[in-house]
Design a protein around this ligand. Sequence first.
Ligand SMILES: C[S@@+](CC[C@H](N)C(=O)[O-])C[C@H]1O[C@@H](n2cnc3c(N)ncnc32)[C@H](O)[C@@H]1O
Length: 257
Amino acid sequence: MTLHGKLIGASLGPGDPELITRRAWAVLQSGARWLYPVKKAEESSYALSIVARGGLPIPADAEELVFPMTRDADILAKAWQRAAVRTVALLAEGRDLVFLVEGDASTFATFGHLARVVSELLPSVEVETIPGVSSFAAAAATTGTVLAEEDETFAIIPAAYGVEVIDHLLDEFDTLALLKVKPLVDEVVDLLERRDLLATSVFIEKVGSPEERIVRDVASLKGEKVNYLSLMLVQNPKRVRGELRRGCRKRKEAADS
Ligand SMILES: C[S@@+](CC[C@H](N)C(=O)[O-])C[C@H]1O[C@@H](n2cnc3c(N)ncnc32)[C@H](O)[C@@H]1O
């Protein structure tokens, strides 16, 4: 018999509370205890702000878990361990826990790692992931960008791989979603200029939130300190495509005729 609660990762979408799924909305009101991520103790939580804007009262016993934004492995390991140990202690009280996730819980989210560490400490724990709208899906919709159609290719990458990798990927993919673009904006803009792709690129900050910002003249971003919650969608209409295997194209042509 399971005496401890279930750990639920509830995706909330990237900012507009209208994009919270019915399932996440129901779980938030199910009596499960809320956990939400912050970068520093008692700092505001973007995930929590999405729910608050949706009109749900924040329960008095909602609890923050601190996940610092640092590359220091020691600090990170200690913070993760503290968050996981606290989560296990709360699960032992028998109540379900709902961890609030900005965007989609399976896409570059803290939840996957938290669930893994908690499962190591408590192997019998039941984990549920509620999928949601990702930042790049909402950004595509808001800017009228088609991410992929027919046999086009589409990749999602953290920009931190650097411009050489992005340059190479532009030969392989028709569309790139460059996440975590903040530290590399200037270099990416230079690359887009070199490849003559400024006109088919768009920058989006805090999509769906009251501070949403869309910049189509991406060259104007040079020298600017942008928000961490920002991304670029880059399309390469000049990409030279290879032949498709297994007759996919032929089958489609036959179906169309
Ligand atoms: C840790 S990842 C979280 C991704 C998120 N789980 C998702 O499904 O989109 C953070 C990065 O996602 C992108 N991002 C997340 N939320 C965003 C938003 N509201 N507007 C623009 N970009 C966002 C940014 O590139 C940011 O650096």
